[in-house]
Design a binder for this molecule. Structure first.
Ligand SMILES: Nc1ncnc2c1ncn2[C@@H]1O[C@H](COP(=O)(O)OP(=O)(O)OP(=O)(O)O)[C@@H](O)[C@H]1O
Ligand SMILES: [Mg+2]
Length: 198
C-alpha cells in the first residue's frame, strides 16, 4: 500500500501487519487517519453516556478491551485486541495480561481503601496502563479516556482537561505531557496530575 506514516517523538510504530489492519481503504495520509480515529473516539464517548459504570465494571479487562474496541474499531481491525508485537514503549507483549490484572487489582484496592487522593488514583492508573501499552496503538488516548471515566463515574469528579485550558499550543502541551510522563516514570505523579487538570 502507498500509505506513508510519519511519527513524531514518543509514539510507536505500527508493523506492516498492523498497518494492513486499516479498515478504510480510501485513507492515504496520517492526518486522515487521525480524523477518522477522532470521530470513532467521539462515538465511543457517546456510548459511555447513560451507562452505569461501577468500579467493578470499569476496572476490568473486559471493559479495557471493550472501550478500546469502541474507540478504534471503525478504523482498525486490531481494535480491542491485546498487542502481539513488541514496541519501543511498554512491556513485553506476553506479559500484558498478567500485568494488567495486577494493575486492576491494585486500582480496585486503592479505590476501596482511599490509598491516594481521587486524582492521584486516576493518574496512577492512567500512567501504569499506558506503560503496559496493551494495544498496537491508541494507548495514550485510551488511558486518558479511562482516567476520565474513573474520575467521572466512580469519583463523581469532572473529567480531566489534559493541558487544553492553560497550554496554548499543542506542541507546548505535548512537551509538558511527555516531561510529566517522565516524572511519573520516576514515581513523581504531581506533574502529570497538574497537567491533567490544566
Ligand atoms: N516513557 C513513557 N512511559 C509511559 N508512557 C509513555 C512514555 N512515553 C510516551 N508514553 C505514552 O504513550 C503514548 C503513545 O502511545 P500510542 O501511540 O499507543 O498512543 P496514542 O493514543 O496513539 O498517542 P497519544 O497519547 O499521543 O494520543 C504517548 O502519547 C504517551 O501517552
Ligand atoms: Mg499513537
Amino acid at each position: 500500500m502507498g500509505l506513508s506514516l510519519e511519527y513524531i517523538n514518543s509514539t510507536t510504530l505500527l508493523n506492516p501487519e498492523e498497518i494492513n489492519g486499516l479498515k478504510i481503504t480510501s485513507i492515504s495520509t496520517q492526518g486522515e487517519i487521525d480524523e477518522f480515529e477522532q470521530q470513532n473516539i467521539e462515538k465511543a464517548i457517546q456510548w459511555t453516556f447513560g451507562k452505569k459504570l461501577t468500579a467493578e465494571t470499569l476496572i476490568s479487562e473486559k471493559f479495557i478491551l471493550a472501550i478500546h474496541r469502541k474507540m478504534f474499531s471503525d478504523v482498525w481491525k486490531w481494535a480491542g485486541e491485546f498487542r502481539k508485537s513488541e514496541k519501543n514503549l511498554g512491556i513485553p507483549s506476553y506479559k500484558i495480561q498478567s500485568e494488567l490484572k495486577m494493575l486492576l487489582d491494585d486500582t480496585l484496592y486503592w479505590i476501596q481503601n482511599g490509598t491516594y487522593t481521587k486524582d492521584e488514583i486516576c493518574i496512577r492508573f492512567k500512567h501504569r496502563l499506558v506503560s503496559i501499552h496493551c494495544f498496537a496503538n491508541g494507548n495514550g488516548r485510551h488511558s486518558r479516556l479511562m482516567a476520565d471515566l474513573i474520575s467521572e463515574s466512580i469519583f463523581r469528579n469532572p473529567v480531566f482537561s489534559w493541558g487544553t485550558r492553560t497550554l496554548t499550543s499543542s506542541i507546548q502541551a505535548r512537551e509538558y505531557y511527555l516531561s510529566a510522563i517522565n516524572s511519573a516514570d520516576q514515581l513523581d505523579y504531581e506533574p502529570l496530575i497538574k497537567f491533567a487538570k490544566s
